[in-house]
Design a protein around this ligand. Structure first.
Ligand code: ADP
Ligand code: ASP
Ligand code: MG
Length: 442
């Protein structure tokens, strides 16, 4: 049995949290490969080290002094170093990084040092080998991960060093420069490492006891989801359940490695298990029809209407070509006989709205074009939705009873999600109403 573990920033924010991590790792001999984030917030209002590093870079760029910020970062690691009675020369590491800082130093290199230093400390604390991600996680020139090359490099390293600590969040480009993922990317490093070594399990340790049915910042004490499929998780995280970076799923899904979300502050809590599919036997007989609810604000719905549109071959295609020409990604295209809507993220049309509308007018000669802004999209996700014929009706009724006007509704072809559009002003209320519905609907 071989397990790959990833610990998030809040699990590694201080010496005290390092101690919890050590307990978790030592509780199970198969926990051999550990990926770490940079120190996160110790309390609400605190700064993440990664944010401090981005600030350092901004100060360098504008020729402002960054010594105070850099000292703040050093203090974070010194506290851990002291608390854990470590002996490595961390000051030398700081000096080395400091000496490399100038206007030409890339933002990715600077941001990556948060993970690098934390992995150095954690490796000594656990008595594991430190393996720099610049020595195995390869990007292609096009900015995408070179999976095969990375898998081979890490599995070769593991042959001689079976117990390792690896910094998350970054890798190396073909010309030898450090490159980071987008924010929250240590989750991806963990998934790639798990796939590289064909792990039996990828445990993602964070500050909540699993993925909740709804965002805990919106719903009080939501229920943790016990089992969720990769497909459901993809829908939930694309639509805003930000527990896991959305690119995490691909490497572990491809190799069919079960993924657990676990709580560093409550190591015995079951957490959420994510797999390709669940056996009927394994399924809790009382499993809820709605697995989870997530949502995002700030979409626009552009509705194009024309009488007898259905008789004009290629009409929707011509509209989509206009969006393509403007490089605007499309989220959904709900349609009826004489009209259809194109749902896009508002940020993608803000700067060129007028040009877009005039291009649509000349390509389509529609009767009307209407734009609704400040729309939230909310996804109701559940692998059992397809078995529950009445669920859409229950959703309409619950929202209607709460005076929430539905602007759009769409069901995915694979029937694991229903997406509804409501006004941004109703965002939180809608999620709460749907959460209450998910609790009673079986
Ligand atoms: P880490 O630093 O461990 O990577 P993150 O902050 O990236 O942790 O992710 C965990 C956080 O995600 C939780 O503290 C919680 O605030 C937030 N979150 C958002 N949606 C959900 C959800 N549906 N279930 C659980 N947590 C959620
Ligand atoms: N430390 C990085 C961030 O704050 C990566 C991560 O935490 O996963 O985004
Ligand atoms: Mg995260």
């Amino acid at each position: 049995m071989l397990k790959v573990l990833k610990f998030g920033g809040s699990s590694l924010a201080s010496g005290e949290t390092f101690e919890k991590v050590k307990k978790i790792v030592e509780a199970d001999k198969s926990r051999a490969i550990v990926i770490v984030s940079a120190p996160g917030k110790r309390y609400s209002g605190d700064m993440k080290v990664t944010d401090l590093l981005y600030l350092v870079q901004a100060h360098i760029k504008y020729s402002a002094s960054y010594d105070t910020l850099f000292n703040e970062i050093k203090e974070r690691y010194r506290q851990i170093h002291k608390y854990c009675n470590l002996t490595q020369d961390i000051e030398k590491e700081f000096d080395n990084i400091y000496s490399r800082l100038n206007k030409k130093t890339s933002v990715d290199y600077i941001a990556s040092r948060g993970e690098y230093l934390n992995a150095k400390l954690m490796a000594e604390y656990l008595g594991y080998t430190f393996v720099d991600s610049a020595s195995w996680l390869y990007f292609n020139f096009n900015g995408k991960v070179d999976f095969e090359k990375s898998y081979k490099a890490l599995s070769d390293i593991i042959e001689n060093n079976p117990r390792v600590v690896i910094p998350g969040f970054y890798g190396v480009t073909p010309d030898g420069n450090v490159k980071t993922f987008s924010r929250g990317g240590s989750d991806i490093t963990g998934a790639i490492a798990a796939a590289a070594v064909n792990a039996d399990m990828y445990e993602n340790w964070t500050d909540v006891s699993g993925i909740m049915t709804a965002d805990p910042r919106i719903v009080d004490n939501p229920r943790p989801i016990q089992n969720v499929t990769f497909a459901e998780l993809r829908e939930l995280s694309y639509m805003g359940a930000e527990v896991l970076h959305e690119e995490t799923v691909f490497p572990v899904r491809q190799k069919n490695i079960p993924l657990y979300i676990k709580n560093t502050n409550d190591m015995n809590a079951r957490g959420t298990l994510i797999m390709e599919a669940f056996d009927d036997d394994l399924e809790n007989k009382n499993a809820h029809f709605i697995t989870g609810i997530s949502g995002k604000k700030n979409y626009s719905i552009i509705t194009i209407a024309k009488n007898r549109m259905n008789e004009e071959i290629g009409y929707i295609r011509r509209a989509l070509e206009v969006f393509e020409r403007f490089s605007i990604p499309i989220e959904h295209i709900p349609s009826s006989i004489d009209s259809f809507s194109v749902v896009v993220s508002s940020s993608n049309i803000e700067s060129n709205m007028h040009e877009l509308i005039s291009a649509l007018n000349s390509a389509l000669s529609p009767d009307t074009i209407k734009i609704d802004n400040e729309i939230s999209l909310i996804a109701i996700v559940g692998r059992k939705l397809q078995a529950n014929i009445g669920i859409a009706g229950k959703i309409f009724t619950a929202l209607g009873e709460n005076d929430i006007n539905i602007k759009m509704i769409e069901q995915g072809a694979d029937e694991i999600n229903i997406i509804i559009g409501v006004d941004d002003a109703n965002f939180k209320k809608t999620i709460r109403v749907l959460y209450n519905l998910s609790e009673v609907t079986e």
